[in-house]
Design a protein around this ligand. Sequence first.
Ligand code: HEM
Ligand code: HEM
Ligand SMILES: [Fe+2]
Length: 470
Amino acid sequence: MKYQSQSVSKPYFIAAIGLFFGQIIFGLIMGLQYIIGDFLFPEIPFNIARMVHTNLLIVWLLFGFMGAGYYLIPEESERELHSPKLAIALFWIFLIAGALTIVGYLSLPYARLAELTGNNLLSTMGREFLEQPLITKVGIVIVALGFLYNLSMTILGGRKTSISLVMMIGLWGLAIFFLFSFYNPTNIVLDKYFWWWVVHLWVEGVWELIMGAMLAFVLIKVTGVDREVIEKWLYLIVAFTLITGLIGTGHHYFWIGAPEYWQTLGSVFSAMEPIPFFMMTIFAFNMVNRRRREHPNRVATLWAMGTGVMAFLGAGVWGFLHTLSPVNYYTHGTQVTAAHGHMAFYGAYAMVVMTMISYTMPLMRGREANSNLSQVVEMWSFWLMTIAMVFITLFLTGAGILQIWLQRVSETPMSFMATQDQLMIFYWLRLASGLMFLAGLLLYIASFFINGEPATVESRNPVGARGAAA
Ligand code: HEM
Ligand code: HEM
Ligand SMILES: [Fe+2]
Protein backbone atom coordinates (compact mmCIF):
# COMPACT_ATOMS: atom_id res chain seq x y z
CA MET A 1 0.00 0.00 0.00
CA LYS A 2 1.58 3.26 -1.12
CA TYR A 3 -0.75 5.78 0.48
CA GLN A 4 -2.10 5.72 4.01
CA SER A 5 -5.61 6.77 2.93
CA GLN A 6 -6.01 3.70 0.72
CA SER A 7 -6.78 1.80 3.91
CA VAL A 8 -10.36 3.19 3.90
CA SER A 9 -11.06 0.37 1.41
CA LYS A 10 -10.71 -2.22 4.13
CA PRO A 11 -14.08 -1.69 5.89
CA TYR A 12 -15.77 -1.58 2.47
CA PHE A 13 -14.32 -4.94 1.53
CA ILE A 14 -15.16 -6.49 4.89
CA ALA A 15 -18.76 -5.30 4.62
CA ALA A 16 -18.92 -6.63 1.05
CA ILE A 17 -17.90 -10.11 2.18
CA GLY A 18 -20.35 -10.04 5.09
CA LEU A 19 -23.26 -9.11 2.84
CA PHE A 20 -22.15 -11.72 0.28
CA PHE A 21 -22.54 -14.32 3.01
CA GLY A 22 -26.06 -13.05 3.74
CA GLN A 23 -26.90 -13.20 0.03
CA ILE A 24 -25.93 -16.86 -0.16
CA ILE A 25 -27.97 -17.78 2.93
CA PHE A 26 -31.07 -16.30 1.31
CA GLY A 27 -30.21 -18.04 -1.97
CA LEU A 28 -30.17 -21.34 -0.09
CA ILE A 29 -33.47 -20.54 1.64
CA MET A 30 -35.05 -20.03 -1.79
CA GLY A 31 -33.35 -23.12 -3.14
CA LEU A 32 -35.18 -25.07 -0.41
CA GLN A 33 -38.44 -23.22 -1.00
CA TYR A 34 -38.32 -24.31 -4.64
CA ILE A 35 -38.56 -27.88 -3.32
CA ILE A 36 -40.52 -27.50 -0.09
CA GLY A 37 -42.99 -24.80 -1.05
CA ASP A 38 -43.93 -23.62 2.44
CA PHE A 39 -40.48 -23.77 4.02
CA LEU A 40 -40.25 -20.80 6.45
CA PHE A 41 -43.72 -19.59 5.46
CA PRO A 42 -45.11 -17.17 6.58
CA GLU A 43 -41.95 -15.83 8.28
CA ILE A 44 -39.88 -15.45 5.11
CA PRO A 45 -42.00 -15.75 1.97
CA PHE A 46 -40.24 -16.51 -1.34
CA ASN A 47 -40.78 -13.01 -2.76
CA ILE A 48 -39.13 -11.44 0.28
CA ALA A 49 -36.22 -13.90 0.25
CA ARG A 50 -35.72 -13.16 -3.44
CA MET A 51 -35.68 -9.43 -2.84
CA VAL A 52 -33.17 -9.81 0.01
CA HIS A 53 -30.97 -12.16 -2.11
CA THR A 54 -30.79 -9.84 -5.12
CA ASN A 55 -30.60 -6.57 -3.15
CA LEU A 56 -27.77 -7.93 -0.99
CA LEU A 57 -26.00 -8.91 -4.21
CA ILE A 58 -26.24 -5.41 -5.66
CA VAL A 59 -25.29 -3.74 -2.38
CA TRP A 60 -22.25 -5.94 -1.72
CA LEU A 61 -21.03 -5.39 -5.26
CA LEU A 62 -21.44 -1.63 -4.74
CA PHE A 63 -19.43 -1.87 -1.51
CA GLY A 64 -16.83 -3.79 -3.50
CA PHE A 65 -16.70 -1.20 -6.30
CA MET A 66 -16.40 1.63 -3.78
CA GLY A 67 -13.66 -0.15 -1.86
CA ALA A 68 -11.88 -0.74 -5.17
CA GLY A 69 -12.29 2.93 -6.13
CA TYR A 70 -10.86 4.18 -2.84
CA TYR A 71 -7.83 1.92 -3.28
CA LEU A 72 -7.22 2.28 -6.99
CA ILE A 73 -7.75 6.01 -7.53
CA PRO A 74 -5.18 7.31 -4.98
CA GLU A 75 -2.59 4.84 -6.29
CA GLU A 76 -3.20 5.76 -9.92
CA SER A 77 -3.30 9.48 -9.03
CA GLU A 78 -0.13 9.18 -6.95
CA ARG A 79 -1.52 11.06 -3.98
CA GLU A 80 -3.61 10.64 -0.85
CA LEU A 81 -7.38 10.45 -1.11
CA HIS A 82 -9.04 13.88 -1.02
CA SER A 83 -10.98 13.13 2.19
CA PRO A 84 -10.59 9.83 4.05
CA LYS A 85 -13.01 11.13 6.72
CA LEU A 86 -15.78 11.53 4.16
CA ALA A 87 -15.09 8.01 2.89
CA ILE A 88 -15.48 6.56 6.38
CA ALA A 89 -18.61 8.61 7.13
CA LEU A 90 -20.22 7.44 3.88
CA PHE A 91 -19.29 3.88 4.71
CA TRP A 92 -21.31 3.98 7.92
CA ILE A 93 -24.23 5.77 6.29
CA PHE A 94 -24.37 3.17 3.54
CA LEU A 95 -23.98 0.21 5.89
CA ILE A 96 -26.64 1.41 8.34
CA ALA A 97 -29.09 2.41 5.59
CA GLY A 98 -28.54 -0.93 3.88
CA ALA A 99 -29.03 -2.91 7.09
CA LEU A 100 -32.19 -0.98 8.00
CA THR A 101 -33.59 -1.64 4.52
CA ILE A 102 -33.05 -5.38 4.86
CA VAL A 103 -34.59 -5.32 8.35
CA GLY A 104 -37.54 -3.44 6.83
CA TYR A 105 -37.97 -6.09 4.10
CA LEU A 106 -37.90 -8.89 6.66
CA SER A 107 -40.03 -7.39 9.42
CA LEU A 108 -42.78 -5.44 7.63
CA PRO A 109 -45.23 -6.25 4.88
CA TYR A 110 -43.83 -4.62 1.72
CA ALA A 111 -46.89 -2.37 1.28
CA ARG A 112 -46.55 -1.12 4.86
CA LEU A 113 -42.85 -0.41 4.30
CA ALA A 114 -43.80 1.58 1.20
CA GLU A 115 -46.36 3.56 3.20
CA LEU A 116 -43.90 4.35 6.00
CA THR A 117 -41.07 5.45 3.73
CA GLY A 118 -42.73 8.03 1.53
CA ASN A 119 -43.63 5.94 -1.51
CA ASN A 120 -46.82 8.03 -1.81
CA LEU A 121 -44.68 11.15 -2.38
CA LEU A 122 -42.80 9.61 -5.27
CA SER A 123 -43.66 6.07 -6.18
CA THR A 124 -40.48 4.14 -7.05
CA MET A 125 -40.89 0.78 -5.31
CA GLY A 126 -41.95 -2.67 -6.47
CA ARG A 127 -39.68 -3.27 -9.46
CA GLU A 128 -37.17 -6.09 -9.52
CA PHE A 129 -33.71 -5.04 -8.23
CA LEU A 130 -35.09 -1.52 -7.53
CA GLU A 131 -37.33 -2.51 -4.60
CA GLN A 132 -35.57 -0.15 -2.16
CA PRO A 133 -37.72 2.40 -0.30
CA LEU A 134 -37.48 5.98 -1.53
CA ILE A 135 -35.33 7.06 1.40
CA THR A 136 -32.86 4.26 0.73
CA LYS A 137 -32.69 5.27 -2.93
CA VAL A 138 -32.00 8.88 -1.93
CA GLY A 139 -29.35 7.57 0.49
CA ILE A 140 -27.69 5.60 -2.31
CA VAL A 141 -27.53 8.75 -4.45
CA ILE A 142 -26.01 10.79 -1.62
CA VAL A 143 -23.40 8.12 -0.89
CA ALA A 144 -22.60 7.77 -4.59
CA LEU A 145 -22.23 11.52 -5.09
CA GLY A 146 -20.00 11.87 -2.02
CA PHE A 147 -17.89 8.97 -3.27
CA LEU A 148 -17.59 10.42 -6.78
CA TYR A 149 -16.77 13.87 -5.42
CA ASN A 150 -14.04 12.40 -3.25
CA LEU A 151 -12.46 10.42 -6.09
CA SER A 152 -12.84 13.18 -8.68
CA MET A 153 -11.08 15.68 -6.37
CA THR A 154 -8.30 13.16 -5.85
CA ILE A 155 -7.78 12.70 -9.59
CA LEU A 156 -8.01 16.40 -10.39
CA GLY A 157 -4.98 17.18 -8.26
CA GLY A 158 -2.94 14.18 -9.35
CA ARG A 159 -1.71 11.97 -12.17
CA LYS A 160 -4.39 11.12 -14.72
CA THR A 161 -4.23 7.63 -16.20
CA SER A 162 -6.42 5.67 -18.60
CA ILE A 163 -7.28 3.25 -15.84
CA SER A 164 -8.59 5.94 -13.53
CA LEU A 165 -10.41 7.62 -16.41
CA VAL A 166 -12.20 4.41 -17.42
CA MET A 167 -12.97 3.61 -13.78
CA MET A 168 -14.46 7.07 -13.26
CA ILE A 169 -16.57 6.98 -16.44
CA GLY A 170 -17.92 3.63 -15.26
CA LEU A 171 -18.67 4.88 -11.74
CA TRP A 172 -20.27 8.12 -12.93
CA GLY A 173 -22.35 6.11 -15.37
CA LEU A 174 -23.42 3.79 -12.57
CA ALA A 175 -24.68 6.76 -10.53
CA ILE A 176 -26.34 8.51 -13.47
CA PHE A 177 -28.21 5.44 -14.74
CA PHE A 178 -29.42 4.75 -11.21
CA LEU A 179 -31.38 8.01 -11.45
CA PHE A 180 -33.80 6.23 -13.81
CA SER A 181 -34.97 4.26 -10.77
CA PHE A 182 -36.72 7.45 -9.62
CA TYR A 183 -38.81 7.53 -12.80
CA ASN A 184 -41.72 5.14 -12.60
CA PRO A 185 -44.21 5.86 -15.38
CA THR A 186 -47.66 4.29 -15.07
CA ASN A 187 -47.48 3.10 -18.69
CA ILE A 188 -45.93 -0.34 -18.25
CA VAL A 189 -44.18 -0.35 -21.64
CA LEU A 190 -42.47 2.90 -20.80
CA ASP A 191 -41.71 1.62 -17.33
CA LYS A 192 -39.94 -1.48 -18.69
CA TYR A 193 -38.00 0.64 -21.17
CA PHE A 194 -36.49 2.76 -18.43
CA TRP A 195 -36.14 -0.09 -15.96
CA TRP A 196 -33.74 -1.74 -18.40
CA TRP A 197 -31.79 1.50 -18.63
CA VAL A 198 -30.75 0.81 -15.07
CA VAL A 199 -30.44 -2.95 -15.14
CA HIS A 200 -29.02 -3.62 -18.61
CA LEU A 201 -26.97 -0.43 -19.01
CA TRP A 202 -25.38 -1.25 -15.69
CA VAL A 203 -24.28 -4.83 -16.24
CA GLU A 204 -23.74 -4.67 -19.99
CA GLY A 205 -22.43 -1.12 -20.09
CA VAL A 206 -20.87 0.96 -17.36
CA TRP A 207 -20.12 -1.88 -14.95
CA GLU A 208 -18.07 -3.51 -17.70
CA LEU A 209 -15.88 -0.41 -17.74
CA ILE A 210 -15.43 -0.64 -13.96
CA MET A 211 -14.56 -4.29 -14.37
CA GLY A 212 -12.07 -3.60 -17.18
CA ALA A 213 -10.35 -0.90 -15.11
CA MET A 214 -10.10 -3.13 -12.04
CA LEU A 215 -8.70 -6.05 -14.05
CA ALA A 216 -6.19 -3.78 -15.77
CA PHE A 217 -5.07 -2.37 -12.41
CA VAL A 218 -4.46 -5.77 -10.85
CA LEU A 219 -2.83 -7.17 -14.01
CA ILE A 220 -0.31 -4.31 -14.16
CA LYS A 221 0.60 -4.99 -10.54
CA VAL A 222 0.93 -8.76 -10.68
CA THR A 223 2.54 -9.07 -14.12
CA GLY A 224 4.68 -5.95 -14.40
CA VAL A 225 3.66 -5.66 -18.07
CA ASP A 226 4.02 -2.14 -19.52
CA ARG A 227 1.16 0.20 -18.86
CA GLU A 228 0.98 1.16 -22.57
CA VAL A 229 0.19 -2.40 -23.60
CA ILE A 230 -2.50 -2.76 -20.96
CA GLU A 231 -4.02 0.61 -21.83
CA LYS A 232 -4.43 -0.36 -25.49
CA TRP A 233 -6.40 -3.42 -24.43
CA LEU A 234 -8.50 -1.36 -22.10
CA TYR A 235 -9.44 1.12 -24.83
CA LEU A 236 -10.46 -1.68 -27.19
CA ILE A 237 -12.58 -3.30 -24.48
CA VAL A 238 -14.28 0.00 -23.67
CA ALA A 239 -15.01 0.72 -27.33
CA PHE A 240 -16.53 -2.71 -27.97
CA THR A 241 -18.53 -2.58 -24.75
CA LEU A 242 -20.17 0.67 -25.74
CA ILE A 243 -20.67 -0.18 -29.41
CA THR A 244 -22.45 -3.45 -28.62
CA GLY A 245 -23.96 -2.89 -25.19
CA LEU A 246 -25.88 0.33 -25.71
CA ILE A 247 -28.02 -0.75 -28.65
CA GLY A 248 -27.84 -4.32 -27.32
CA THR A 249 -30.37 -3.13 -24.72
CA GLY A 250 -32.83 -4.00 -27.47
CA HIS A 251 -32.66 -7.69 -26.50
CA HIS A 252 -34.98 -6.71 -23.64
CA TYR A 253 -37.44 -4.88 -25.90
CA PHE A 254 -38.63 -7.96 -27.82
CA TRP A 255 -41.86 -8.61 -25.91
CA ILE A 256 -42.66 -5.46 -23.98
CA GLY A 257 -44.60 -3.59 -26.67
CA ALA A 258 -41.67 -1.69 -28.22
CA PRO A 259 -41.44 -1.05 -32.00
CA GLU A 260 -40.68 -4.06 -34.17
CA TYR A 261 -37.27 -2.89 -35.39
CA TRP A 262 -35.91 -3.77 -31.96
CA GLN A 263 -36.22 -7.46 -32.87
CA THR A 264 -33.41 -6.96 -35.37
CA LEU A 265 -31.39 -4.27 -33.61
CA GLY A 266 -31.54 -6.07 -30.29
CA SER A 267 -30.59 -9.42 -31.80
CA VAL A 268 -27.72 -8.15 -33.94
CA PHE A 269 -26.06 -5.81 -31.47
CA SER A 270 -26.44 -8.02 -28.42
CA ALA A 271 -25.09 -10.97 -30.42
CA MET A 272 -21.83 -8.98 -30.56
CA GLU A 273 -21.78 -8.32 -26.81
CA PRO A 274 -19.66 -11.41 -26.10
CA ILE A 275 -16.77 -9.73 -28.00
CA PRO A 276 -15.63 -7.38 -25.21
CA PHE A 277 -15.99 -10.20 -22.68
CA PHE A 278 -13.87 -12.46 -24.86
CA MET A 279 -11.31 -9.69 -25.15
CA MET A 280 -11.09 -9.57 -21.36
CA THR A 281 -10.32 -13.31 -21.29
CA ILE A 282 -7.57 -12.99 -23.88
CA PHE A 283 -6.33 -9.86 -22.13
CA ALA A 284 -5.94 -11.58 -18.76
CA PHE A 285 -4.18 -14.68 -20.13
CA ASN A 286 -2.01 -12.73 -22.52
CA MET A 287 -0.77 -10.39 -19.79
CA VAL A 288 -0.04 -13.24 -17.40
CA ASN A 289 1.89 -15.08 -20.12
CA ARG A 290 3.93 -11.98 -20.93
CA ARG A 291 4.61 -11.22 -17.28
CA ARG A 292 7.91 -9.62 -16.42
CA ARG A 293 7.93 -10.57 -12.78
CA GLU A 294 6.72 -13.29 -10.46
CA HIS A 295 4.36 -11.89 -7.87
CA PRO A 296 4.16 -13.72 -4.55
CA ASN A 297 0.37 -13.21 -4.50
CA ARG A 298 -0.44 -16.05 -6.86
CA VAL A 299 -4.02 -16.37 -5.75
CA ALA A 300 -4.79 -12.80 -6.92
CA THR A 301 -3.52 -13.81 -10.38
CA LEU A 302 -5.76 -16.87 -10.25
CA TRP A 303 -8.80 -14.70 -9.50
CA ALA A 304 -7.92 -12.33 -12.35
CA MET A 305 -7.67 -15.15 -14.89
CA GLY A 306 -10.76 -16.84 -13.47
CA THR A 307 -12.73 -13.62 -13.89
CA GLY A 308 -11.74 -13.48 -17.54
CA VAL A 309 -12.93 -17.01 -18.19
CA MET A 310 -16.10 -17.05 -16.09
CA ALA A 311 -17.34 -13.65 -17.24
CA PHE A 312 -17.00 -14.80 -20.83
CA LEU A 313 -18.86 -18.05 -20.11
CA GLY A 314 -21.64 -16.51 -18.00
CA ALA A 315 -22.22 -13.27 -19.86
CA GLY A 316 -20.84 -14.09 -23.31
CA VAL A 317 -21.78 -17.72 -23.92
CA TRP A 318 -24.85 -18.04 -21.69
CA GLY A 319 -25.99 -14.57 -22.76
CA PHE A 320 -25.62 -15.40 -26.45
CA LEU A 321 -27.59 -18.63 -25.94
CA HIS A 322 -30.89 -16.75 -25.56
CA THR A 323 -30.23 -13.34 -27.05
CA LEU A 324 -31.55 -13.82 -30.62
CA SER A 325 -35.23 -12.94 -30.70
CA PRO A 326 -36.43 -16.23 -32.33
CA VAL A 327 -34.70 -18.13 -29.48
CA ASN A 328 -35.72 -15.69 -26.77
CA TYR A 329 -39.32 -16.17 -27.88
CA TYR A 330 -39.11 -19.60 -26.22
CA THR A 331 -36.58 -19.01 -23.43
CA HIS A 332 -37.84 -15.65 -22.10
CA GLY A 333 -38.26 -15.66 -18.32
CA THR A 334 -37.44 -19.37 -17.87
CA GLN A 335 -34.76 -21.07 -15.78
CA VAL A 336 -32.40 -20.44 -18.71
CA THR A 337 -32.54 -16.77 -17.76
CA ALA A 338 -31.79 -17.62 -14.12
CA ALA A 339 -28.86 -19.83 -15.23
CA HIS A 340 -27.37 -16.95 -17.21
CA GLY A 341 -28.08 -14.37 -14.48
CA HIS A 342 -26.21 -16.45 -11.91
CA MET A 343 -23.11 -17.24 -13.90
CA ALA A 344 -22.83 -13.75 -15.37
CA PHE A 345 -23.14 -11.93 -12.04
CA TYR A 346 -20.76 -14.32 -10.35
CA GLY A 347 -18.25 -14.64 -13.19
CA ALA A 348 -18.01 -10.95 -13.95
CA TYR A 349 -18.79 -8.88 -10.89
CA ALA A 350 -18.49 -11.12 -7.86
CA MET A 351 -15.19 -12.46 -9.17
CA VAL A 352 -13.67 -9.14 -10.17
CA VAL A 353 -14.44 -7.76 -6.70
CA MET A 354 -12.76 -10.82 -5.18
CA THR A 355 -9.79 -10.23 -7.52
CA MET A 356 -9.41 -6.72 -6.11
CA ILE A 357 -9.86 -7.92 -2.53
CA SER A 358 -7.35 -10.70 -3.04
CA TYR A 359 -4.73 -8.33 -4.38
CA THR A 360 -5.26 -5.41 -1.98
CA MET A 361 -6.15 -7.00 1.37
CA PRO A 362 -2.66 -8.41 2.09
CA LEU A 363 -1.16 -4.99 1.22
CA MET A 364 -3.56 -3.25 3.58
CA ARG A 365 -2.51 -5.72 6.24
CA GLY A 366 1.14 -4.83 5.76
CA ARG A 367 2.49 -7.59 3.48
CA GLU A 368 2.82 -8.19 -0.23
CA ALA A 369 1.08 -11.54 -0.09
CA ASN A 370 -0.55 -13.85 2.43
CA SER A 371 1.17 -16.96 3.75
CA ASN A 372 1.36 -20.04 1.54
CA LEU A 373 -1.27 -21.82 3.60
CA SER A 374 -3.68 -18.90 3.48
CA GLN A 375 -3.26 -18.72 -0.31
CA VAL A 376 -3.81 -22.44 -0.72
CA VAL A 377 -7.04 -22.22 1.30
CA GLU A 378 -8.14 -19.24 -0.80
CA MET A 379 -7.39 -21.20 -3.98
CA TRP A 380 -9.58 -24.02 -2.69
CA SER A 381 -12.36 -21.51 -2.07
CA PHE A 382 -11.90 -20.18 -5.61
CA TRP A 383 -12.33 -23.63 -7.11
CA LEU A 384 -15.20 -24.68 -4.83
CA MET A 385 -17.24 -21.54 -5.49
CA THR A 386 -16.45 -21.48 -9.19
CA ILE A 387 -17.16 -25.15 -9.83
CA ALA A 388 -20.34 -24.92 -7.71
CA MET A 389 -21.46 -22.01 -9.88
CA VAL A 390 -20.76 -24.03 -13.04
CA PHE A 391 -22.97 -26.79 -11.62
CA ILE A 392 -25.74 -24.35 -10.61
CA THR A 393 -25.67 -22.97 -14.14
CA LEU A 394 -25.75 -26.39 -15.81
CA PHE A 395 -28.60 -27.67 -13.60
CA LEU A 396 -30.67 -24.53 -14.15
CA THR A 397 -30.01 -24.77 -17.89
CA GLY A 398 -31.23 -28.38 -17.80
CA ALA A 399 -34.30 -27.29 -15.86
CA GLY A 400 -34.85 -24.48 -18.35
CA ILE A 401 -34.64 -26.68 -21.43
CA LEU A 402 -37.11 -29.19 -19.97
CA GLN A 403 -39.37 -26.34 -18.86
CA ILE A 404 -39.40 -24.84 -22.36
CA TRP A 405 -40.08 -28.23 -23.88
CA LEU A 406 -42.98 -29.17 -21.58
CA GLN A 407 -44.55 -25.76 -21.27
CA ARG A 408 -43.91 -23.97 -24.55
CA VAL A 409 -42.91 -26.30 -27.38
CA SER A 410 -44.97 -29.43 -26.74
CA GLU A 411 -48.15 -30.15 -28.74
CA THR A 412 -49.94 -30.50 -25.38
CA PRO A 413 -48.37 -27.78 -23.27
CA MET A 414 -48.41 -28.28 -19.50
CA SER A 415 -49.34 -25.54 -17.04
CA PHE A 416 -46.59 -23.58 -15.29
CA MET A 417 -46.95 -25.37 -11.94
CA ALA A 418 -47.37 -28.86 -13.41
CA THR A 419 -44.14 -28.21 -15.35
CA GLN A 420 -42.34 -27.12 -12.20
CA ASP A 421 -43.16 -30.48 -10.60
CA GLN A 422 -41.28 -32.20 -13.41
CA LEU A 423 -38.13 -30.15 -12.73
CA MET A 424 -37.64 -31.23 -9.09
CA ILE A 425 -34.54 -33.33 -9.73
CA PHE A 426 -32.76 -30.26 -11.13
CA TYR A 427 -33.82 -28.17 -8.14
CA TRP A 428 -32.42 -30.77 -5.73
CA LEU A 429 -29.14 -30.77 -7.62
CA ARG A 430 -29.08 -26.96 -7.63
CA LEU A 431 -29.55 -26.97 -3.87
CA ALA A 432 -26.68 -29.42 -3.42
CA SER A 433 -24.45 -27.22 -5.60
CA GLY A 434 -25.53 -24.23 -3.51
CA LEU A 435 -24.26 -25.99 -0.39
CA MET A 436 -20.96 -26.56 -2.14
CA PHE A 437 -20.87 -22.85 -2.95
CA LEU A 438 -21.46 -22.07 0.74
CA ALA A 439 -18.58 -24.37 1.71
CA GLY A 440 -16.35 -22.45 -0.71
CA LEU A 441 -17.45 -19.12 0.73
CA LEU A 442 -16.77 -20.28 4.29
CA LEU A 443 -13.25 -21.34 3.27
CA TYR A 444 -12.80 -17.97 1.58
CA ILE A 445 -13.70 -16.20 4.83
CA ALA A 446 -11.48 -18.59 6.80
CA SER A 447 -8.47 -17.78 4.57
CA PHE A 448 -8.38 -14.25 6.02
CA PHE A 449 -7.78 -15.63 9.49
CA ILE A 450 -4.83 -17.84 8.56
CA ASN A 451 -1.61 -16.03 9.40
CA GLY A 452 2.01 -17.07 9.06
CA GLU A 453 5.12 -16.02 7.19
CA PRO A 454 4.12 -13.99 4.12
CA ALA A 455 4.82 -15.93 0.92
CA THR A 456 7.75 -14.80 -1.19
CA VAL A 457 8.44 -15.52 -4.83
CA GLU A 458 11.09 -18.07 -3.82
CA SER A 459 8.92 -19.84 -1.28
CA ARG A 460 6.25 -20.53 -3.86
CA ASN A 461 8.35 -21.02 -6.93
CA PRO A 462 11.29 -23.31 -6.18
CA VAL A 463 12.08 -23.77 -9.87
CA GLY A 464 12.30 -20.05 -10.43
CA ALA A 465 14.45 -19.66 -7.33
CA ARG A 466 16.91 -22.26 -8.58
CA GLY A 467 16.96 -20.51 -11.94
CA ALA A 468 17.75 -17.24 -10.25
CA ALA A 469 20.59 -18.76 -8.24
CA ALA A 470 22.16 -20.35 -11.29
C1 HEM B 1 -21.87 -9.48 -16.76
C2 HEM B 1 -22.79 -9.19 -17.60
C3 HEM B 1 -24.21 -9.66 -17.47
C4 HEM B 1 -24.97 -9.83 -16.35
C5 HEM B 1 -24.56 -9.61 -14.90
C6 HEM B 1 -26.28 -10.27 -16.79
C7 HEM B 1 -27.34 -10.56 -15.94
C8 HEM B 1 -28.64 -10.81 -16.36
C9 HEM B 1 -29.77 -10.99 -15.50
C10 HEM B 1 -29.75 -10.97 -13.97
C11 HEM B 1 -30.87 -11.17 -16.29
C12 HEM B 1 -32.29 -11.39 -15.81
C13 HEM B 1 -33.00 -10.08 -15.73
C14 HEM B 1 -34.43 -10.24 -15.29
O1 HEM B 1 -34.64 -10.29 -14.08
O2 HEM B 1 -35.31 -10.36 -16.13
C15 HEM B 1 -30.42 -11.11 -17.66
C16 HEM B 1 -31.23 -11.23 -18.77
C17 HEM B 1 -30.76 -11.37 -20.06
N1 HEM B 1 -29.44 -11.30 -20.47
FE1 HEM B 1 -27.87 -10.88 -19.33
N2 HEM B 1 -26.28 -10.36 -18.16
C18 HEM B 1 -25.03 -10.00 -18.61
C19 HEM B 1 -24.60 -9.97 -19.92
C20 HEM B 1 -25.35 -10.42 -21.00
C21 HEM B 1 -24.85 -10.53 -22.36
C22 HEM B 1 -23.44 -10.18 -22.82
C23 HEM B 1 -25.90 -10.98 -23.12
C24 HEM B 1 -25.95 -11.31 -24.60
C25 HEM B 1 -24.95 -11.77 -25.29
C26 HEM B 1 -27.05 -11.14 -22.24
C27 HEM B 1 -28.31 -11.54 -22.63
C28 HEM B 1 -29.42 -11.52 -21.83
C29 HEM B 1 -30.78 -11.72 -22.31
C30 HEM B 1 -31.21 -11.98 -23.75
C31 HEM B 1 -31.63 -11.61 -21.20
C32 HEM B 1 -33.15 -11.71 -21.18
C33 HEM B 1 -33.58 -13.08 -20.78
C34 HEM B 1 -35.08 -13.25 -20.87
O3 HEM B 1 -35.67 -12.85 -21.88
O4 HEM B 1 -35.68 -13.80 -19.94
N3 HEM B 1 -26.67 -10.80 -20.97
N4 HEM B 1 -29.04 -10.90 -17.69
C1 HEM C 1 -26.04 -20.87 -2.82
C2 HEM C 1 -26.14 -20.46 -4.01
C3 HEM C 1 -27.37 -19.81 -4.61
C4 HEM C 1 -28.65 -20.25 -4.67
C5 HEM C 1 -29.21 -21.56 -4.13
C6 HEM C 1 -29.43 -19.23 -5.35
C7 HEM C 1 -30.79 -19.31 -5.61
C8 HEM C 1 -31.54 -18.37 -6.26
C9 HEM C 1 -32.96 -18.45 -6.50
C10 HEM C 1 -33.86 -19.60 -6.10
C11 HEM C 1 -33.33 -17.32 -7.16
C12 HEM C 1 -34.73 -16.93 -7.60
C13 HEM C 1 -35.05 -17.43 -8.97
C14 HEM C 1 -36.51 -17.19 -9.27
O1 HEM C 1 -36.94 -16.03 -9.28
O2 HEM C 1 -37.23 -18.16 -9.48
C15 HEM C 1 -32.14 -16.53 -7.36
C16 HEM C 1 -32.11 -15.34 -8.04
C17 HEM C 1 -30.94 -14.68 -8.34
N1 HEM C 1 -29.67 -14.95 -7.84
FE1 HEM C 1 -29.15 -16.56 -6.75
N2 HEM C 1 -28.61 -18.22 -5.70
C18 HEM C 1 -27.33 -18.52 -5.26
C19 HEM C 1 -26.19 -17.78 -5.41
C20 HEM C 1 -26.11 -16.64 -6.18
C21 HEM C 1 -24.90 -15.96 -6.52
C22 HEM C 1 -23.49 -16.36 -6.05
C23 HEM C 1 -25.25 -14.91 -7.34
C24 HEM C 1 -24.39 -13.89 -8.00
C25 HEM C 1 -23.19 -13.58 -7.66
C26 HEM C 1 -26.69 -14.93 -7.48
C27 HEM C 1 -27.43 -14.03 -8.23
C28 HEM C 1 -28.79 -14.09 -8.43
C29 HEM C 1 -29.50 -13.21 -9.33
C30 HEM C 1 -28.89 -12.11 -10.20
C31 HEM C 1 -30.85 -13.56 -9.28
C32 HEM C 1 -32.00 -12.97 -10.11
C33 HEM C 1 -32.02 -13.80 -11.38
C34 HEM C 1 -33.04 -13.45 -12.40
O3 HEM C 1 -33.76 -12.47 -12.28
O4 HEM C 1 -33.14 -14.21 -13.40
N3 HEM C 1 -27.19 -15.98 -6.76
N4 HEM C 1 -31.05 -17.18 -6.79
FE1 LIG D 1 -29.19 -7.22 -21.26
